[in-house]
Design a protein around this ligand. Structure first.
Ligand code: GLY
Ligand code: MN
Ligand code: MN
Length: 498
């Protein structure tokens, strides 16, 4: 059963919210209580804990309204994520402070401006803000400077004014400020790496909309003739179901375009293309989803080459997802994906002249699988965390892991890298690509002896295959939040609509 999603704004205000793709889900939100509000206060306390501070003032600037360069038109508004994490406020021109000792969260909203209200609609009022958000006090922006001055004059000795960027210091304050711009960002990144129940609900909802939009593409793909139609229908489905923003530029790449990892021109003909790699994910209340499906234009793989690569990537993804649980080191999954890719490409004759260990040690698999296995997903599509699951560490053991280390994303991480924790949401997105540029470059590398370039050339028209799902680490294993059809179900949908 399908129904319209409530808009994100109605959701924030919500009394009764109906949001479903495949089934109804009714949630009651009672205004005037903290029930079902964005858990801003809890986030503020978590961040203070990560800071290890018992006093001090956290200061966060929201996104101001800014015009496009040399234009009277405003830049599309996108809220600052650090500000949102401690407020849940998706409105421009606001500021936030959190007094750690007093446990006092204060939102500053724009002063009422009659001209602006007539032309653009009223800005967030103090009363509405107090009602909608999990905030202790709401004041006008004109109170910000006196409030900061008052805090500065009364502050406990050695307490800091915590900010993410010094450049955001409000005008007119004394020049000698107790600024601390080193600790807040890492503390917030650490807090944001593990999601709470509310955040998981948002990411799940973003995935529902994206999964529906991917399904709609499969249902219509046999009638489409250009990549632009894929982008158009994807946006149409998301926006008409309440998800106005995409978490990143849509990648609707047909055939060889799929070898370009961040292709986003999305304007080429689909005529005689063997497949489409569609990487597209909506946002829901500022939370991202990140979903890739690769499919043929008919319900059948057009030839053995495409089918073999799809099946190989499918196996890479399935085997890696199965291993997700608390305590897993993501490095081992990235390694596993490379191992499966190497075995598969040896069997297909793309690799030759060496065994698994030799090919692996040479680093040749990075020509075909050049990116990391995945990343955190949250307020950013490539979300922050205490330390990146794919980051290189100073004590990185090049002897052991060098071969699968990408010079672009420094993956994988080291054995000292963080383990997966309950509440993390990560993508698992293996891919295999046949880029003419990467292959030309590979010919000049020592590992060229392990690549059969004549065989690899047969796969160039495919471009590439990527399959990407968003996985929640749970107490007992994992939950796949992405429900977009893939594999045989995906092919059956395309066949059923032709
Ligand atoms: N869509 C960007 C990514 O998959 O990381
Ligand atoms: Mn991704
Ligand atoms: Mn993606």
């Amino acid at each position: 059963m399908r129904s319209a999603f409530a808009s994100p704004r109605a959701n924030a205000l919500g009394d009764v919210v109906v949001n479903s793709v495949d089934s109804y889900q009714i949630r009651i939100a009672i205004s005037g209580t903290s029930f079902d509000k964005y858990p801003a206060k809890q986030h503020a306390r978590n961040v203070a804990r990560k800071l290890g501070a018992s006093h001090g003032l956290i200061f966060l600037a929201g996104q101001p309204t800014i015009n496009l360069r040399d234009s009277d038109q405003a830049r599309p508004f996108r809220q600052r994520r650090y500000f949102y994490y401690l407020s849940g406020v998706d409105e421009p021109d606001c500021t936030l402070t959190y007094d750690i000792a007093l446990d006092l969260l204060t939102l500053y909203v724009p002063d009422f401006d009659l001209h602006r209200a007539i032309w653009m609609g009223p800005t967030l009022s103090r009363e509405d803000a107090q009602d909608r958000y999990d905030i202790d006090r709401v004041l006008y922006q004109s109170s910000l400077k006196p409030e900061l001055e008052s805090w500065l004059s009364q502050r406990v000795q050695n307490s800091s004014l915590y900010m993410v960027h010094e450049s955001e210091t409000p005008d007119g304050l004394p020049t000698e400020l107790p600024l601390n711009t080193k600790q807040l960002m890492p503390a917030m990144d650490a807090a944001r790496g593990v999601k709470d129940e509310y955040e998981i609900r948002m990411i799940r909802q973003a995935n529902k909309v994206s999964s529906l939009a991917h399904r709609r593409i499969l249902e219509r793909i046999t009638k489409m003739s250009n990549e632009s139609e894929i982008e158009g229908l994807f946006l149409d489905t998301c926006i008409s179901h309440g998800a106005r923003n995409q978490a990143y530029q849509i990648i609707a790449a047909s055939g060889p375009n799929a070898a370009v990892l961040h292709y986003d021109r999305n304007n080429e003909s689909l005529h005689q293309k063997p497949l489409v790699c569609l990487d597209a994910g909506a946002e829901w209340n500022c939370y991202a989803s990140d979903v890739t499906r690769t499919f043929p234009l008919t319900g059948e793989w057009p030839n053995q080459y495409v089918r073999d690569i799809y099946k190989l990537v499918e196996r890479m993804q399935e085997e890696c997802i199965k291993q997700i649980r608390r305590g897993t080191r993501y490095l081992s999954l990235h390694d596993l994906a490379h191992d499966i890719a190497i075995d598969g490409l040896l069997a297909l004759g793309v690799f030759k002249g060496g065994n698994h260990a030799e090919v692996r040690a040479s680093g040749a698999s990075k020509v075909f699988f050049p990116h990391g296995l995945g990343h955190h997903v949250g307020l950013e599509v490539h979300d922050v965390s205490e330390s990146s699951i794919m980051a290189m560490h100073p004590d990185f053991d090049h002897e052991q892991y060098g071969p699968v280390l990408s010079p672009y994303n420094l993956s994988p991480c080291t054995v000292s890298a963080p383990l997966l924790e309950e509440g993390m949401v990560l993508t698992v997105e293996p891919g295999l690509y046949f880029s003419p540029l990467a292959l030309a470059n590979a010919r000049k590398q020592p590992f060229a002896k392990y690549i059969d370039f004549d065989v690899a050339a047969k796969y160039v028209p495919i471009g590439g295959v990527r399959i990407e799902d968003d996985i929640l680490v749970t107490a007992n294993g994992y939950e796949n939040l992405t429900t977009a059809p893939k594999g045989d179900e995906m092919l059956a949908i395309i066949r059923g609509s032709s």
